[in-house]
Design a binder for this molecule. Structure first.
Ligand SMILES: O=C(O)C(=O)[C@H](O)CO
Ligand SMILES: [Mg+2]
Length: 272
């Protein structure tokens, strides 16, 4: 049975980041994830999760300078040192927070950088990072992002991610399968998930269009949840959506899922 995780970057964003842990707990969540925690001291986050009995299940490596357009720094030949330091920083946070998985964003390829060179650097950096994370039992994740939201992002198809994972053969390198991005990239959601099931280390959800909660768009999430249960996926499903309306009013779809699911108590207890 899979478990829901509240993404505190996109959920509860009516409140400052450090207040979102308490709001997630009050809403019944046990697992949380977020994108970038680095502007907040790790000890403050640790206090929040310990006092609220939450587990942190995922966050990203530092992405470079987001305001200047960086969306990861793993593809740049001239920024390797900065990438190594970003791995150090991510590990420091992950160990303090006892987080089992980290997502490495690739980056946006500038015009002057040849694709072949960028892929080579990405492969080398992933090998480096996977080795460092393996020493701590942490899984490294890569996630294809749709080209409409993130133009020029290097890793923009599921096939590219599969190729990297198969080529590199690193036991702790897995795919972050975000149904929202997959819908916008290629559709064929159930078949695509089935095809790469063994390579998936984390799942995320949002509906399309709008990237809001399930039930607001075109994705048939009750089918997807049933399918995930039947497929035996037992990892996390991150709620990485921007609520339409107040966050606390955006969880109706979860009640429907619990009703559909045979073991209601377990779904609620573990997931929310
Ligand atoms: O945007 C997404 O879907 C993510 O999961 C990442 O954290 C990248 O920002
Ligand atoms: Mg995602």
């Amino acid at each position: 049975m899979f478990k829901f995780s509240a993404n505190l970057t996109t959920l509860f964003n009516e409140a400052p980041f450090m207040d979102r842990f308490g709001l997630a707990q009050q809403a019944g969540f046990r697992h949380v994830e977020f994108q970038f925690p680095y502007e907040f001291p790790v000890d403050s986050i640790k206090r929040e999760i310990e006092s609220r009995n939450l587990d942190v299940v995922l966050f990203n490596f530092p992405p470079g300078d987001w305001k200047k357009g960086d969306r990861g720094i793993a593809v740049f030949p001239d920024r390797r040192q900065e990438f190594y330091e970003s791995v150090d920083e991510a590990i420091r946070y992950a160990l303090a927070l006892d987080c089992p998985s980290l997502h490495c964003m690739a980056g946006v390829r500038p015009d002057g950088l040849q694709a072949e060179e960028a892929w080579k650097v990405f492969r080398e950096n992933l090998s480096y990072a996977a080795g460092r994370l393996a020493n701590h039992g942490i899984t490294l994740l890569i996630e294809p992002l749709n080209p409409y939201d993130m133009a020029g992002y290097m890793l923009s198809s599921l096939d590219q991610a599969v190729q990297l994972v198969n080529e590199l053969k690193l036991p702790n390198l897995k795919i972050q399968f975000d149904f929202y991005h997959m819908q916008r990239i290629q559709g064929e959601l159930l078949a695509s998930f089935s095809r790469v099931k063994e390579l998936i280390g984390h799942v995320q959800i949002a509906d399309n269009p709008g990237r809001h909660q399930p039930g607001t768009g075109e994705i048939h999430y009750s089918n997807i949840f049933r399918f995930l249960e039947e497929s035996g996926y037992s990892g996390f499903v991150g709620l990485e959506y921007f609520p339409l309306g107040k966050t606390i009013d955006s969880f109706d779809w979860m009640q429907a899922h619990s009703r559909d699911c045979r073991n209601e108590t377990e779904t609620r207890g573990v997931g929310r």
